[in-house]
Design a protein around this ligand. Structure first.
Ligand SMILES: [Zn+2]
Length: 233
């Protein structure tokens, strides 16, 4: 599924107010070039500073808007964004100016003829994504950690469909209609175990994901930078 179609999918389910069944989530997602550029940029920021970074995606009509990278600390990053869309009449030129205001800053201005004005402004939040810095494992090699217990619990707590994680690849964790309400102590322990181990231990990672995370009602996508994202569970 191409990104524009995927955005429509997320918008549709958000408006519906429900989480899609596992089978409704596409097998593959092809992100657009612009979004990959932002993902790689966030990854580079984190690699050079050791801090987590976050960006959020919004939509206005059929456009997607991405927030400027927000710096967190070495363990987490909290996202607070606000999006506002204003149509301001410009009577002298018989047109309207549309201002897109993200985090109290005008990030885009467009002009519309009065008859082009939408009856209702269709805008909203799509998903956020954040980076994880590398850690040294016990053999001294650099590894990235998986979604932390906090990452997953905050996804479960809020009313959003999905969240992204940037390591040296890109991950999406998406909710299904079978989503659990919280992961509990055993689940937290399990995520910490994944986190302590190298993500390079592919067999361990896939086994744990298939055995446990699937039972939480989550769909996980994974993909190298600039490649197609594949649904792995
Ligand atoms: Zn995290």
């Amino acid at each position: 599924m191409y990104f524009t179609e995927f955005v429509e999918f997320v918008k549709k389910w958000n408006k519906y107010g429900k989480y899609p069944p596992r089978t409704a989530w596409p097998e593959e997602i092809v992100l657009d070039r612009r979004l990959w550029e932002d993902i790689v940029k966030l990854h580079r920021f984190t690699d050079s500073t050791g801090y987590e970074y976050e960006s959020s995606l919004f939509y206005i009509e059929r456009e997607t808007i991405i927030s400027k990278p927000l710096k967190g600390n070495k363990d987490n990053v909290h996202a607070h964004h606000s999006l506002q869309v204003k149509y301001i009449p410009d009577n002298k030129n018989y047109r309207y100016e549309r201002q897109i205001i993200l985090d109290s800053r005008i990030i885009q201005r467009d002009y519309f003829a009065p008859d082009q004005l939408p009856k209702q402004i269709d805008s909203g939040f799509l998903f956020n994504m954040h980076t994880h810095p590398t850690h040294l494992n016990n053999t001294g090699s650099k590894v990235y950690t998986f979604f932390s217990p906090t990452d997953i619990n905050s996804l479960l707590k809020i009313n959003t469909l999905l969240t992204g994680l940037i390591t040296d690849e890109f991950w999406l964790a998406c909710k299904t209609d079978r989503i659990i309400s919280k992961i509990g102590e055993v689940g937290e322990e399990m995520l910490s175990n994944i986190t302590r181990q190298s993500l390079d231990d592919e067999t361990m990672l896939e086994t744990v994901l298939k055995k446990e995370i699937q039972n939480w009602g989550l769909v996980i996508y994974r993909g190298d930078f600039n490649r197609t994202l594949k649904k792995i569970i």
